[in-house]
Design a binder for this molecule. Structure first.
Ligand SMILES: [Zn+2]
Length: 274
């Protein structure tokens, strides 16, 4: 865990009267005991049995609660430092440094092809509802992936199928087949395209009140750790030339890469237009 994140946890515990030591950013025994006290009074907000999780996981869980208490979306509270927690942490750092939450990003352009007539994800999201139905309960269809995937935030967990909205399933299947035929499984693993970052997630957009395209299971994230939300092409791994064919396969089906179109959230590709 990041030293600064431990400092934030220690400051929080000090303010709550659970910790008397210095905020030195080291997860020592005194900090661990204080984390247990801090979580002990938040049992309604954490999963059953969470007090028995590993030291690291309990500390991440407390950090997730700190984010949530400041109005930063950070669900589920599970103690795993995945993409959502990373994004929440970035927002928390921004808040601590600037005294306010970061601005949401704005859109620019996107590739022209849209052969499946994906709806536009614009204000009000009426087109999204008209095409995909209500957010949060999409009809899920499982699409087999031709190469082995693992969960990006828990690589021990294998993934064989991607559960997506039934209306995007055929298109997704075509993209995966084309990509696999071009790169092959070994190269896909080398490119870290075996790190699946999630499809269906019933949540709102970061820092906004509208639904994420993930709430319709019409978006997929790839290798989130190396393509973090606020990173541009100078840092995101998926912006490298080796991924041109990858992106062209999605764009030929009308999917939109937020990285290619807006230069942020490079992990994210969606069957919805800007
Ligand atoms: Zn996404």
């Amino acid at each position: 865990m990041l030293k600064r994140a431990i400092v934030v946890v220690q400051d929080h515990l000090k303010a709550k009267g659970h910790y008397a030591g210095a905020s030195h950013g080291i997860a020592d025994a005194a900090t661990d005991a204080a984390v247990a006290l801090g979580l002990g009074e938040r049992q309604a907000d954490i999963p059953a049995g969470a007090l028995g999780f590993s030291q690291r996981r309990r500390m991440v869980m407390l950090l997730q609660l700190i984010c949530r208490d400041k109005g930063i979306a950070c669900d589920p509270i599970d103690g795993y430092w995945g993409q959502i927690t990373q994004t929440a942490w970035d927002s928390l750092v921004f808040l601590l440094d600037h005294g306010r939450l970061p601005e949401p990003w704005r859109d620019t352009d996107q590739p022209a092809a849209n052969p499946q007539n994906w709806p536009r994800d614009t204000a009000g999201q009426a087109e999204m509802r008209g095409f995909f139905g209500q957010p949060g309960q999409p009809p899920i269809q499982k699409v087999p992936c031709p190469w082995p995937l693992k969960l990006a935030w828990n690589p021990a967990q294998r993934v064989t199928h991607i559960g997506c909205h039934a209306k995007v399933a055929d298109s997704l299947g075509r993209v995966l087949t084309k990509v696999h035929a071009h790169y092959g499984a070994a190269e896909l693993a080398r490119l870290r395209l075996d790190l699946f970052g999630g499809c269906f997630a019933p949540r709102k957009k970061r820092g906004g009140s509208t639904w994420s395209t993930h709430a319709w299971a019409a978006a997929i994230d790839w290798d989130p750790a190396r393509n973090q939300l606020a990173w541009g092409r100078d840092r995101a791994s998926l912006a490298a030339p080796a991924y041109d064919f990858w992106w062209k396969c999605w764009e030929a089906e009308g999917w939109v890469s937020l990285g290619r179109s807006r230069n942020f959230d490079w992990m994210h590709v969606q069957a919805a237009r800007l």
